[in-house]
Design a protein around this ligand. Structure first.
Ligand SMILES: *[C@@H]1O[C@H](CO)[C@@H](O)[C@H](O)[C@H]1NC(C)=O
Ligand SMILES: *[C@@H]1O[C@H](CO)[C@@H](O)[C@H](O)[C@H]1NC(C)=O
Length: 645
């Protein structure tokens, strides 16, 4: 995002002055912060600061229209006080996923305001075009009040409608799952339908990339986002009794185009018209925003655990190793700060928080996929990635029961954590995240409090905790046609008029989340007063939730398993104040210790199990700490399953 205007008075690609920050907060002694501790403290800051940038309620977005996301509160050097369709959609995908995982009436209002605002924005004529033929939907940014921005800019940008459709589809599916199908159908679908029409009509035309610099080309991130939107758009249409036949015909062709970005050198060339190597965080962002937790390690969609995504991760990350002073002396296979692309000179060309965090997120996504699949496969394409982490790595498939799997899995986890640690090291102690951090000192640079930086922090924290977004149907949409074509279709566009949402659309189904460190735990939820039905009905939100902890652990006579953790209910990490679990369910074939503790709904807890011997000797579980968000839904009881680590 947000390179300075590219088309100033006819001159091209004027680089902004190497603006240096006025005052620099020097980062000290945070480098040893553990990832757990950093994410636990940073996540609530990120959510609060992200919401602060959304109009009209956000205090940092004074003057912005309702439901409009400001890219940053910064109005000068640089001026980011505009609403970008891409940034807003990525922000709201994050908000919707957060909401789905843990119901929040506040977030629901934000989501509803966003939908109302987008329905209006779609119709605003602008320099990219108008609504009647859909061309105006490709406009990258609007003024804070929702009027057209008429200055020079890199336009059109064709990722925005696809990303917005994806965010709204996620919310629609929640509505359907909770019995509010008519809301999805009558209020949200019309907005989605326009965006899907745009993608089907314009995907084969070139445009600007997500960094707003490369025009007249195709861009990997854009094409990946378009493919995903069409696949899930077609599925949603079916669920709602609508049709998107153009989604079905165009999606395979978009996937065809996506294959062209793969370079025989073993990486993604992110743009077709850039005059650069093409190694660009664009491609890593493309993989994480099309991550499907149910997918196999498919190379055609560049799934995070695919050999292509891993090989590309290495190529992109390595391209920053030698050019940033703050990366110097860091060995291959150890995390470094990640920027946009090596040739970047915007603000001097620096690491971006959202890119360093994306490098971590791709690896956490891959861990989740391997865990689901039950094996790791190394191919000749991904071998170099693996050799950096484990010098004896060899081509083959390693089942999760093997020690090689464990070695590989843990090496990726450590590598991923390193990227988060890197971002944490250069995060000021107040937790504010700007756009960039200096390549030479690590001090924050460019726009302060970048909304997308905060969204990136929230998504990486969720993936690390094993919390995943819903599948988008990758497995049904990953087959590349034998012949590709770029013939397109005409979309249809009609004004989506939505000005208000029905009240009290609270959850009727419990949430099902995955939890615990290393993504190895699972949690199931029991619904409270009602179960899923196809008719709208509300239920009572639980204020307190009885959480049953099931821990599989082998013990001998005289030993007791206890749980200790962050909350005072969990003894505030004091081993003497932990809660003992019961072995009443322990059998020779099922080494189960269990106990139930009540927590306030929505509370985030960290914990570990300890084994206390009869003489009082305490043995702790290995790191990391388990993290669990107590659901804030109608569920009054949940079960969390862990295995001794
Ligand atoms: C941190 O972010 C908050 C919310 O955006 C803002 O109000 C505050 O001024 C920022 N603090 C610093 C030190 O930048
Ligand atoms: C687990 O939490 C405790 C208490 O906050 C903390 O001291 C410890 O560093 C954490 N462990 C890890 C691996 O972060």
């Amino acid at each position: 995002m947000h390179s300075f205007s590219l088309l100033l008075a006819g001159a091209f690609a004027v680089q902004p002055i190497l603006a240096l920050p006025g005052s620099v907060t020097h980062v000290s002694d945070i480098s040893k912060r553990s990832v757990d501790t950093f994410l636990a403290s940073e996540s609530p800051i990120a959510l609060a600061n992200l919401l602060c940038n959304i109009g009209s309620a956000g205090a940092c977005a004074s003057g912005a229209g309702s439901g409009l996301v400001m890219a940053s509160p910064s109005k000068t050097s640089p001026d980011y006080f505009y609403t970008w369709t891409r940034d807003s959609a990525l922000t709201f995908k994050c908000i919707v996923d957060t909401f789905i995982n843990s119901y929040s009436a506040t977030l629901q209002v934000e989501i509803e305001n966003y939908i109302i605002a987008q329905a209006k924005l779609q119709t605003v004529s602008n320099p990219s075009g108008s609504f009647s033929d859909g061309s105006g939907l490709g406009e990258p940014k609007f003024n804070a009040d929702g009027t057209a921005f008429t200055g020079s800019w890199g336009r059109p940008q064709r990722d925005g409608p696809a990303l917005r459709a994806t965010a709204l589809i996620a919310y629609s599916r929640w509505l359907i799952a909770n019995g509010y199908t008519s809301t999805a159908s009558s209020l949200v679908w019309p907005v989605i339908q326009n965006d899907l029409s745009y993608v089907t009509q314009y995907w084969s035309q070139t445009g600007y990339d997500l960094w707003e610099e490369v025009g007249g080309g195709y861009s990997f991130f854009t094409v990946a986002a378009q493919h995903r939107a069409l696949v899930e758009g077609a599925a949603l249409a079916t669920q709602l009794g609508k049709t998107c036949s153009n989604c079905l015909t165009q999606a395979p062709q978009v996937l065809c185009l996506l294959q062209n970005f793969w370079n025989s050198g073993g990486y993604v060339v992110s743009n077709t018209n850039s005059g650069r190597t093409g190694k660009d965080a664009n491609s890593i962002l493309g993989s994480i925003h099309t991550f499907d937790p149910s997918a196999a390690c498919d190379a055609s969609t560049f799934q995070p655990c695919s050999d292509r995504a891993l090989a590309n991760h290495k190529s992109v990350v390595d391209s920053f190793r030698s050019i940033y002073t703050i990366n110097s002396g860091i060995a291959a296979g150890v995390a470094v700060a990640v920027g946009r692309y090596a040739e970047d000179s915007y603000y001097g060309g620096n690491p971006w928080y959202l890119n360093t965090l994306a490098a971590a997120e791709l690896l956490y996504d891959a861990l989740i996929q391997w865990n689901n699949i039950g094996s790791i496969t190394i191919t000749s394409v991904s071998l170099a990635f693996w050799k950096d982490l484990y010098s004896s790595a060899a081509v083959g498939t390693y089942a999760s029961s093997t020690s090689t799997y464990t070695t590989l899995y843990n090496a990726v986890k450590t590598y991923a954590d390193g990227f988060v640690t890197n971002a944490a090291t250069y995060t000021p102690s107040a937790g504010n995240l700007s756009e960039q951090y200096s390549r030479s000192t690590g001090a924050p640079l460019s726009a302060a409090d970048l909304t997308w930086s905060y969204a990136a922090l929230l998504t990486v924290a969720a993936r690390r905790a094993g919390v995943v977004p819903a599948s988008w149907g990758e497995s049904g949409g990953n087959s590349v046609p034998s012949t590709c074509s770029t013939s397109t279709v005409s979309g249809t566009y009609s004004t989506a008029s939505v000005s208000t949402f029905p009240a009290n659309q609270t959850p009727v189904t419990g949430v099902v989340t995955t939890t615990a460190s290393g993504s190895t735990g699972t949690a199931t939820t029991t619904t409270g007063t009602s179960s899923a039905t196809s008719t709208a009905s509300s239920c009572t939100l639980a204020t307190s939730v009885a959480v049953t902890f099931d821990e599989i652990v082998t013990t001998t006579y005289g030993q007791t398993i206890k749980i200790v953790g962050s909350d005072s209910i969990l003894g505030s990490w004091n081993t003497g104040s932990g809660t003992s679990l019961s072995a009443s369910g322990y059998t020779s074939s099922n080494h189960l210790w269990a106990g139930t503790i009540s927590f306030p709904a929505g509370e985030v807890i960290q914990y570990k199990y300890i084994n206390v011997a009869s003489d009082g000797t305490v043995t702790w579980e290995a790191d990391p700490n388990h993290t669990y968000t107590v659901p804030a839904t109608c569920a009054t009881a949940v079960t969390v399953s862990n295995t001794w680590q």
